[in-house]
Write a protein that binds this ligand. Structure first.
Ligand SMILES: Nc1ncnc2c1ncn2[C@@H]1O[C@H](COP(=O)(O)OP(=O)(O)OP(=O)(O)O)[C@@H](O)[C@H]1O
Ligand SMILES: [Mg+2]
Length: 160
């Protein structure tokens, strides 16, 4: 299911349905470095929240995984590693400093998964995984993963 694109070291996955997207995320969750960061980019409805749901299932979390559209951040403190799920769709650059997101991103053991991360760009650490979601024919999704930095490249290699 994965197609490595040699040039920029990204890896493309095709998923047929939400279950497959969740399975991919679940696999990544079991190999997660601590700290870890995944930036989730892609259109509305392309599967970013579904991916986070799979990530948490992979860590054994059984409860609801709602979209943090209004809360901005949902914290899952009891999984190992702990997970922060953010959705910054509504956040303007000027609002950023009031939110204290650096504290979450700087957490030494947690994995953060961030939907609509562009506003955070000045704060991106060197080491991070980027996931680009695209609608593909037949209701499928193309998910391209790209590792920046040593830890995240190793992370990606562990599932590719
Ligand atoms: N291959 C697939 N992978 C993921 N989701 C899929 C797939 N096929 C169909 N779906 C459906 O597409 C929808 C994706 O919704 P989701 O909330 O995950 O998108 P999102 O990227 O988080 O959107 P938003 O930007 O609004 O937060 C879900 O209803 C899911 O069941
Ligand atoms: Mg979402």
């Amino acid at each position: 299911m994965s197609i490595p694109a040699k040039k920029d070291r990204s890896v493309r996955f095709r998923t047929r349905d939400a279950q497959e997207t969740m399975a991919l995320a679940g696999l990544l969750s079991q190999r997660a470095p601590a700290p870890g960061l995944i930036l989730l980019e892609g259109a509305l409805g392309s599967g970013k929240t579904t991916f986070v749901r799979g990530f948490l299932r992979g860590l054994g979390f059984k409860g609801d995984v709602p979209s943090p559209t209004f809360t901005l951040i949902n914290e899952y403190g009891r999984t190992r590693p702990p997970v922060f799920h953010m959705d910054l769709y509504r956040v303007e650059p000027g609002e950023l400093e009031n939110l204290g997101l650096e504290e979450y991103l700087g957490h030494p053991e947690a994995v953060s998964l961030v939907e609509w991360p562009a506003v955070l760009e000045p704060l991106y650490p060197v080491d991070r995984l980027e996931a680009y979601f695209r609608h593909a024919p037949g209701g499928r999704r193309e998910i391209r993963l790209r590792g920046w930095g040593k830890e995240s490249r190793r992370w990606l290699e562990s599932v590719a």
